[in-house]
Write a protein that binds this ligand. Structure first.
Ligand code: PLP
Length: 348
């Protein structure tokens, strides 16, 4: 079987040979007792990378955000969140179902930000009728907003506003390393002005499983209880953490290649008749493009591309999303460009 070019997500990445090697030889213990040396090492590395006091290894990005929200908020509390945010759109309503937390959605701007005036107006005062605004969540990079990175100055302005109103900030940093690489800033610049941050090992960094939640020592101690509550105590999790350590040691700088491939893909397909796409919006590894009304719809293009061995997801009636990642070389992008040209132009 010929290998498919799979651009559905950076979550399809497979572990590197070095990761498999590290997993096979990882030193292990029971992590619920705090005795897995490999997990402990990964958590220390994550805390150091994000410049926070402590970190917690969890099963997924969804669990990292859920545990963060459960730790920040009580039942009936309100979270300010973007209407395109992963935590709001794609996490099965976990904050409401499991935490009794009420999302207060604000429109995400095209660059993934929330307008400061909107946030200011949404933070509630003290009134016996109202829920308490506990938390603002940001997403960096913003998946549904073209993988846009949020810049340090913006993050600071949200944090400053939140502080002045006694509200905390959590960042869903599933792809925070993509943001750091794209903006050319040290990670600490992106994590300094958020109380807590989650990031994923299993997306562009190519580890098979796992995310980290980072914050103050007290916060992480409480989060550890909440991780246990949602069934996330993982025992000899060092077999997974070992791959995560390799991910942090070897897979960050190469994200620049994914960004260059995404930009190249965007620039090469932007002029195809029937496609709407502004390549300048592609700043990291996510390319959205829209199909004009005289072109086939996204479901049809998805099928045509799949028949040509290229997997790209329809993410709306006329919208498609392609994500570049480890394992996708420039030649694969060239083949993808040809496949898209032919899929959009054929009228069958
Ligand atoms: C921005 C963002 N946050 C969180 C997640 C959730 O990660 P996981 O699939 O590991 O639960 C994703 C997954 O794609 C994501 O894109």
């Amino acid at each position: 079987m010929t290998q498919k070019i799979d651009l559905r997500s950076d979550t399809v990445t497979l572990p590197t040979p070095q990761m498999r090697e590290a997993m096979a030889h990882a030193e292990l213990g029971d992590d619920v007792y705090g005795e897995d040396p490999t997990v402990n090492r990964l958590e220390e590395m994550a805390a150091a990378k994000t410049n926070k006091e402590a970190a917690l290894f969890v099963a997924s990005g969804t669990m990292a955000n859920l545990v963060a929200l459960l730790t920040h908020c009580g039942r009936g509390d309100e979270v300010i969140v973007g209407d395109k945010a992963h935590t709001f759109v794609n996490e099965v309503g976990g904050m409401a179902a499991l935490g009794g937390i009420q999302p207060r959605t604000l429109p995400n701007q095209p660059d993934g930000t929330l307008a400061l005036d909107d946030i200011r107006a949404a933070i509630r005062g003290d009134n016996v009728h109202w829920p308490r605004t506990r938390l603002i969540t940001l997403e960096n990079t913003h998946n549904n907003c073209y993988g846009s990175p949020l810049a340090p100055a913006y993050i600071w302005s949200v944090y400053d506003l939140a502080n002045s109103r006694g509200v905390k900030v959590h960042t869903d940093g599933a792809r925070i390393f993509n943001a750091a690489v794209a903006l050319g800033v040290p990670m600490a610049e992106l994590t300094r002005h958020t109380d807590t941050i989650s990031f994923c090992l299993s997306k562009g960094l190519s580890a098979p499983v796992g995310s980290l939640l980072c914050g103050s020592r007290n916060f992480i101690a409480e989060a550890r209880r909440n991780r246990k509550m949602v069934g996330g105590g993982m025992r000899q999790a060092g077999v997974l953490a070992a791959a995560g350590i390799v991910a942090l040691e070897t897979m960050i700088n190469r994200l620049a290649d994914d960004h260059a491939n995404a930009r190249y893909l965007a620039e090469s397909i932007a002029d195809i008749p029937g496609i709407d796409l502004d390549p300048a919006r592609v700043r990291t590894n996510i390319v959205f493009f829209d199909l004009q009304t005289d072109a086939p719809n996204a479901a049809e293009i998805e099928q045509r591309l799949a028949r040509a061995g290229v997997l790209i997801s329809a993410s709306g009636e006329r919208r498609m999303r392609a994500v570049t990642h480890y394992g996708i070389a420039r030649a694969d992008v060239d083949a993808t460009i040809d496949a898209i040209k032919s899929a959009v132009s054929r009228h069958d």
